[in-house]
Design a protein around this ligand. Structure first.
Ligand code: SF4
Length: 442
């Protein structure tokens, strides 16, 4: 018997051993695709015999800052799986797990000023991947008492992976308990498959809705290691060191997978590369960050309001450019979609950014003003009561923009008990402001 047939038989044994619903974690990579493919093949066989009694959840993590080609590919696949499952009467549902909008990358970095993440301040993984997955999986456990998760991990990926897999305590059925979700069990059906066996299987067995050529081409274009599925897969490589991570990831010094993509036919994404380089540089530039942290301690704090404003504008400009690039550079390519619209930031995120800026002293609804330059949030009012009152004042030498800059310092410091250094900061802001004015008028 071939390895795939043996694995399917073993999956059937697990399927009939209890009533736990299955959760197949799907990243779009080769290993999770293999597991999903084996499960669907098994379900089709059981369906013919009327024996497919339990529900299978296919879950995929989406940070909302995934590389556009990967996001597009995963969305397409999930839609195809859903359509096929409905048509074939399979008990499968697909779920994309996204962070709450309050916890998204843009809300936190551009709204609250969190500096772009580093390995020592990696605030993103938990909020964007682990929390949404944990909430979803715990919800399933509450509903069904227990679940079985099927992971696409393999020993021959690396020695570290092999050690990690071997260190797991297995029960008599070969299941391990999930590290952090009570009553969730884990099965790794392809853990002893070799890399070659995975590729051979995928090469010879197209999905019912199409072959795996496009996924294989993504592997050729990208580089790095493994699938980025940390939240759903306790064995996955550490976040930020994965094949297809977030396009904004500044935990790595160089984004190798984006680099590979740009070299191999996806150069329309170059503005994304440039934006990531910018936030990487700004994170290390003290001029771009407050002199105090939000807890009042002296040291590099959040991105300054001016930095955040600049980065919001640049992000919307980047969004505009990648859309233009896509439709000019990709036109005629086999995977070109004339209806493609690459969205980098949602309207809800722009609204939350404004909400945070208003708390930090922005009296001009600047996020709305910037958004409207790009035809976003066009129904939002940009005038505020305070700004209108100040504009009506007839004071000689009163500069409303300078006032706003100083007011931002005061607003940021209002929750900090130790106001030491505030005068220096105001003085510096005034000097910088007039330097900027001077530059603009000369
Ligand atoms: S890939 Fe990078 S940016 Fe994305 S969650 Fe992981 S560490 Fe954060």
């Amino acid at each position: 018997m071939k390895i795939a047939e043996i694995t399917i038989e073993k999956l059937k044994e697990q399927y009939f051993a209890d009533n736990r619903p299955w959760v197949v974690t799907y990243s779009g990579g080769k290993d999770s695709t293999t597991v999903l493919h084996l499960v669907i093949t098994m379900l089709l066989q059981l369906n013919k015999e009327g024996k497919d009694h339990k529900h299978v959840y296919v879950v995929s993590s989406d940070t909302t800052v995934e590389m556009p080609v990967i996001e597009n590919y995963t969305n397409t696949r999930l839609n195809q799986i859903t359509k096929y499952a409905n048509e074939s009467d399979l008990k499968i549902s697909c779920h994309k797990l996204e962070p709450k909008v309050e916890e998204s990358f843009w809300t936190l970095m551009l709204g609250k000023g969190y500096p772009a993440p580093t390995s020592s301040f990696r605030w993103c993984t938990e909020r964007m991947k682990i929390d949404p997955a944990t909430e979803f999986l715990k919800g399933l456990v509450t509903k069904h008492q227990s679940i079985l998760m099927l992971l696409g991990v393999r020993s021959d990926e690396s020695q570290a992976r092999a050690n990690s897999i071997e260190s797991r305590v297995l029960n008599h059925r070969g299941l391990s308990v999930h590290d952090s979700i009570p009553n969730a069990y884990v099965l790794s059906p392809i853990k002893y498959w070799t890399n070659a066996e995975v590729w051979t299987y995928l090469g010879k067995n197209p999905f019912p809705w199409g072959d795996h050529t496009y996924m294989m081409s993504l592997y050729d274009k990208g580089s790095g290691e493994g699938d980025c599925n940390i939240a759903l897969n306790p064995e996955s490589p550490s976040c930020g060191k994965t094949r297809f991570g977030c396009w904004v990831c500044t935990v790595v010094e160089t984004d190798r997978s984006m680099e590979g993509m740009l070299r191999n036919g996806e150069e329309w994404m170059t503005p994304l590369w440039e934006y990531r380089e910018k936030i990487y540089a700004y994170r290390n530039d003290h001029e771009k960050r407050d002199t105090r942290r939000r807890n009042g301690q002296k040291g590099a704090g959040p991105f300054l309001m001016d930095t955040r404003k600049e980065l919001v504008k640049l992000l919307l400009e980047t969004e505009k450019k990648v859309n233009e690039n896509y439709h000019t550079m990709k036109k005629g390519a086999p995977d070109y979609n004339p209806h493609e619209k690459v969205g980098l930031i949602k309207d809800e995120e722009l609204e939350l950014i404004q909400e945070n800026w208003s708390k930090d002293g922005d009296i001009s609804n600047t996020a709305y003003r910037i958004a409207q330059e790009y035809n976003r949030l066009v129904n939002k009012t940009v005038e505020t009561e305070l700004r209108s009152e100040l504009e009506e004042m007839d004071e000689e030498n009163f500069n409303i923009d300078l006032f706003e800059r100083i007011y931002e310092i005061q607003s940021y410091r209002k929750n900090i008990s130790n106001r030491y250094g505030i005068l220096n900061d105001i003085e510096k802001r005034v000097v910088d402001f007039y330097k900027g004015e001077f530059r603009e008028t000369n």
